[in-house]
Design a protein around this ligand. Sequence first.
Ligand SMILES: [Zn+2]
Length: 192
Amino acid sequence: MKSDNNKFLKVRKFVKLTNTIDSAIALLEGYFEQANLKCEVSSGFRSSEEQLKIIVNKCLKHKVDKEFPLIRAAHLLDVETWREPWGRLLTIGEMVNPPVPTAAPFDYKKSDGTLKKAGTIIQLSGHQLGQDFDISGFNQELNISIELDKIVEVIKKFIDSGMATNHVSGYLKEPVNGCIHIDCIELKLNKF
Ligand SMILES: [Zn+2]
């Protein structure tokens, strides 16, 4: 992977990359170096099972398992074990995509305040499509916290420079998850 040589924006062990994500991380390295900011990529490509695990952990953290005990034995293929607990997370402001496209079971409000009705189909996260990654506000190797706004500054410079064209389409500050989520543009490989 091209980002293997990164010294400033390093990828944590066990994070899975796709060529699309790897290219963006390799391009971002120079901008993090310029800012002298040492950060880590904490999440990249996720499988459906990994997405479900995130949902289960958030449910346990917020004690959603008290209302929906089935979540403790969640199974990807048994939608009824995770659909309602996942929907509860949305109602308490924990915005997390389902492991497969799924109708939200309850009304909920998006972070910008707009109401979403029960039955709205929520699509897969860009992580599952292999197009998105997260830069953490915590550097595990150095054991230091980084202000999310400092990371945003670097991303903005990257986007303003024009280097992000064809690689990164946007970002989202996620204080709840302690990271900056980056949306990539899928690499189009040349076909002859
Ligand atoms: Zn993310």
